[in-house]
Write a protein that binds this ligand. Structure first.
Ligand SMILES: Nc1ncnc2c1ncn2[C@@H]1O[C@H](COP(=O)(O)OP(=O)(O)OP(=O)(O)O)[C@@H](O)[C@H]1O
Ligand SMILES: [Mg+2]
Length: 332
């Protein structure tokens, strides 16, 4: 049984596939049960007569269920292939990421007006793809573009990507799992790799522009880091196409200046300060030097690679593999 709040949370603003899952015949029973449960929670007998929100949601629910029953499975097509959308995997700042019935995931922009951001990401990922063909050691740090679905006005563009699903979490998940902040020895491998991703992008001439916890994918078991979420990327020195409400920008971006590699350096180290435990004094001091207000005073990512390794050497000596797991997945 759902409460009124739970039902409103599920129904308001939903689209049929988000609410009921992929439009597959074998999900009919499950969808019907969910529909019945929500109908009951929003039923006029259960909510107040003047509960306008619940009445509107109830009408939406009927429409959503009708649409779900009458849409075939969502199949996204490009000149190169077709991708049948399955369960939703994640909700991002501008797009949703869905599993497919094949080996890939698709990232579908929620608002067609934001298609230019997806196109910007295609440019960035293509550039990184070419760059890492040459600099192969950087390959693991970036998402791999498989295919793109460009569209006309009012339709939703999408990106087909290699999946980063099994064993991956985001740095936002990591932060939630460790509310007291991370041990410096755990953050050490994450930050070393993030710095490589950032320095590599800068060498390729790109600024990521949105280095936040949601855009850093972490493979705890394999100590993997992938810098995802390239929709806000630009060539170094260009103004951002847009800014995201969910992102805390360095002062120069808030002041309307273009994005430079120093912008990424600031964001990566604001993230570091956010993730590290309070008593990681030396690492926090390192990060503080990289979040100075004046972009020119921040070190280059390429120089930071060595400086960070020196700091880690001093703090912990020779590197040893230190297993890392999220608390609720430990022992799983
Ligand atoms: N290739 C992938 N495989 C699996 N999950 C992914 C992949 N890429 C992204 N994700 C997940 O989906 C979420 C949203 O993706 P992404 O960050 O690319 O979209 P966005 O936030 O809408 O756009 P952007 O970050 O480019 O502005 C990520 O936070 C991550 O959890
Ligand atoms: Mg994102």
């Amino acid at each position: 049984m759902f409460t009124r709040e739970e039902a409103l949370g599920l129904v308001e603003g939903a689209d049929p596939v988000d609410l009921f899952g992929p439009a597959d015949p074998d999900r009919r029973e499950q969808a019907h049960r969910l529909y019945r449960g929500l109908v009951a929670a929003l039923h006029p007998d259960r909510v107040a007569a003047d509960d306008v929100r619940a009445h509107a949601a109830s009408a939406d629910l009927t429409r959503l269920y009708h649409e779900w029953q009458h849409t075939g499975p969502v199949v996204l097509r490009t000149a190169r292939g077709s991708y049948r959308v399955a369960a939703r995997h994640a909700v991002g700042s501008v797009a949703n990421v869905y599993l497919t019935d094949g080996p890939h995931v698709v990232k579908v922009v929620r608002n067609p007006a934001l298609t230019p951001l997806l196109r910007a990401e295609w440019d960035a990922l293509r550039l990184l793809g070419r760059f890492t063909d040459e600099h192969t050691w950087l390959r693991p740090y970036y998402p791999r573009l498989v295919d793109t679905g460009d569209v006309g006005r009012g339709e939703r563009a999408f990106t087909v990507l290699e999946p980063l699903v099994d064993g991956f979490v985001t740095l936002a998940d990591v932060r939630r799992a460790f509310p007291g902040g991370l041990d410096g020895r755990d953050y050490a491998w994450m930050h070393r790799r993030l710095l490589r991703a950032v320095a590599g992008a800068h060498r390729a001439g790109l600024v990521h522009g949105a280095i936040v916890a949601d855009n850093v994918l972490v493979h705890p078991e394999q100590h993997g880091i992938v810098l995802a979420g390239w929709s806000f990327a630009v060539a170094a020195g260009q103004p951002p196409l847009a800014t995201a409400k969910s992102v805390d920008y360095p002062p120069e971006v808030a002041a309307g200046r273009p994005l430079t590699p120093a912008t990424d350096v600031h964001m990566a180290h604001a993230l570091m300060l956010d993730l590290l435990a309070e008593d990681e004094i030396r690492q926090r001091r390192f990060a503080a030097g990289c979040v100075q207000d004046v972009p020119e005073r921040r070190p280059d990512a390429a120089d930071l690679l060595d400086e960070y390794d020196e700091l880690l050497d001093e703090l912990y000596g020779a590197r040893v593999f230190r297993p890392f797991a999220l608390p609720d997945t430990k022992g799983a």
